[in-house]
Design a protein around this ligand. Structure first.
Ligand code: SF4
Ligand code: SF4
Length: 380
C-alpha cells in the first residue's frame, strides 16, 4: 500500500480508502438485512492489506454501517482513521451534538478522526453551519475536547461553490471529500485550492460500486497502453492528480478489496504519453456529453424533486461511455439510497420550469422521458 501525508492534518493515510456504504446484504421477506460477519471480514481484510482510512456515515446500510465498522476495527482502533458524517438537518448546535453522540455510540469509540459536515453546499455552509451556536461552533468545541480530531466536509454542490466554501472556511476546514473521477472532473479547481490551503483531499466515486469496474470499450480506450482493467484505469487516473490523497472506494466484497488494494499498491503515475492520450479521449467524450447535459445545475431545484443533472449524468454513462448496466443499476437506486434521495424521471409533471433556465436549451422533459424509458427496470 502507498501512503501520503494527509494535507496539514499530520495524518499519514493509505491512498486507498475503504468506503463502508456498500457492505454486503441479503434480501429476506422483502427486507434488506446486512451481513455483519461478512462486513467485518471485508473491513478487516482491507486493514490487513494496509488500508488505514475508513469512511462511513449514520445512514449508510440502513444505519448499521457505523456499528459494523466500530466492531471490525475494535482491536486496531488506534492504528486507523475513522471518518464519519453529520447530516446538517438544522442550525441547532444541540441537535448537531446529539447526532455526533449517536455516531460515537454506534461506532463504540471515544473519538472521531475526521468528522464531516455531510454533503453540504454553499447555502448550508453559510446559513446553517455558521449560524450562531450552530454546528461550526459546536464542532470547534468538540475538537478542543479532543473527541473530534479534525473538522471536515463532504461537498455536493456546483463546482464554483466549492471555492467559496473554502474561502469562508479557511483555517477551520481540514479535509475535503468530493466527487472526482474520469467522468466527472468538475471539482478539479476546488481541489487545487483546497490543496493550497493545506486540506487533506479524499475523492469518492473513482470506482464506486463498480461504476468503472465494469468493462466498457470507451473506458478502456482512454488508457489502452498499460492498464488491464477499467478499475485500474480509474484508480491510475485519480492517483495521477497530485491533489488527490485518498481514493475512496465503496467495497462490498473481499475480492473487490483485494483487487483495489493490489492496484493501489502498484500504481505508477501516468506517463506523458498516457496523459496526452487521456486528454484527447476525454475531450471527445466531454464533447459528446456536452451535446446532452453539461451538469451545470441551473435547472434546479425541480418542484417535483427530480434531480435532472444527476439523471442525465446516468444517461450519459449509457450514451457516451456505454456503461449501460451500471447506469440502469444506479437508476434503480434512485429514492432508495442516501446518495440518491430524489425522484426519478417518472415524477416529472411537465411544468416546464427547468427548460426556461437551461442555458443549453435542452428539451429536458422529452429527454427525461427518453431516459426513463431507457434506464428504468423494465427497459430492455
Ligand atoms: S418539467 Fe419536470 S423536471 Fe422540469 S421542473 Fe417541471 S417537474 Fe421538474
Ligand atoms: S440546466 Fe440544462 S445543462 Fe444544466 S444541468 Fe440542467 S439540464 Fe443540464
Amino acid at each position: 500500500m502507498q501512503y501520503v501525508n494527509f494535507g496539514n492534518t499530520g495524518a499519514k493515510v493509505s491512498r486507498l480508502g475503504m468506503g463502508c456504504m456498500r457492505l454486503p446484504s441479503i434480501e429476506k421477506d422483502g427486507k434488506t438485512l446486512f451481513d455483519e460477519e461478512k462486513g467485518i471480514a471485508i473491513i478487516q481484510r482491507a486493514y490487513e492489506l494496509g488500508v488505514n482510512y475508513f469512511d462511513t456515515a449514520p445512514g449508510y446500510c440502513d444505519g448499521v454501517s457505523e456499528i459494523i465498522l466500530g466492531k471490525a476495527v475494535k482491536k486496531f482502533r488506534k492504528d486507523i482513521y475513522i471518518s464519519t458524517k453529520n447530516p446538517i438537518e438544522n442550525a441547532s448546535g444541540d441537535d448537531f451534538e446529539k447526532r455526533f453522540e449517536k455516531s460515537l455510540k454506534k461506532l463504540d469509540t471515544d473519538y472521531i478522526d475526521f468528522y464531516h459536515f455531510w454533503g453540504i453546499g454553499l447555502e448550508t455552509y453559510k446559513n446553517t453551519i455558521c449560524a450562531k451556536d450552530g454546528p461550526l461552533e459546536r464542532v470547534k468545541k468538540l475538537k478542543e475536547q479532543g473527541i473530534v480530531r479534525h473538522i471536515s466536509f463532504s461537498f455536493h454542490d456546483k463546482a464554483e461553490n466549492l471555492l467559496e466554501i473554502l474561502k469562508q472556511g479557511e483555517g477551520v476546514l481540514e479535509s475535503l471529500l468530493c466527487q472526482y473521477n474520469l467522468l466527472d472532473r468538475s471539482n478539479e479547481a476546488g481541489m487545487m485550492t483546497a490543496r493550497k490551503q493545506g486540506l487533506g483531499i479524499v475523492v469518492m466515486g473513482p470506482v464506486g460500486g463498480g461504476r468503472l469496474g465494469q468493462p466498457s470499450e470507451t473506458i478502456s480506450a482512454l488508457l489502452p497502453t498499460k492498464s488491464k482493467s477499467s478499475t485500474e484505469i480509474a484508480l491510475r487516473f485519480v492517483f495521477s492528480n497530485p491533489n488527490v490523497d485518498i481514493a475512496l472506494s465503496g467495497m462490498g466484497s473481499i475480492e473487490m478489496v483485494e483487487e483495489n488494494a493490489a492496484i493501489a499498491s502498484n500504481t505508477q503515475p501516468l506517463s506523458d504519453e498516457e496523459k496526452l492520450h487521456l486528454e484527447e479521449q476525454t475531450k471527445e467524450n466531454e464533447r459528446l456529453s456536452g451535446l446532452y447535459c453539461t451538469g451545470c445545475k441551473y435547472c434546479m431545484p425541480c418542484p417535483q424533486n427530480v434531480n435532472i443533472p444527476e439523471i442525465f449524468t446516468l444517461m450519459n454513462y449509457h450514451r457516451v461511455y456505454k456503461l449501460t448496466d451500471y447506469a440502469r443499476g444506479e437508476y434503480a437506486q434512485i429514492g432508495k439510497v442516501d446518495w440518491r434521495k430524489y425522484n426519478n424521471a417518472a415524477a416529472c409533471v411537465d411544468c416546464g420550469l427547468c427548460e426556461q433556465k437551461c442555458p443549453q436549451k435542452l428539451p429536458i422533459r422529452e429527454q427525461l422521458k427518453e431516459t426513463h424509458k431507457t434506464l428504468s427496470e423494465n427497459a430492455g
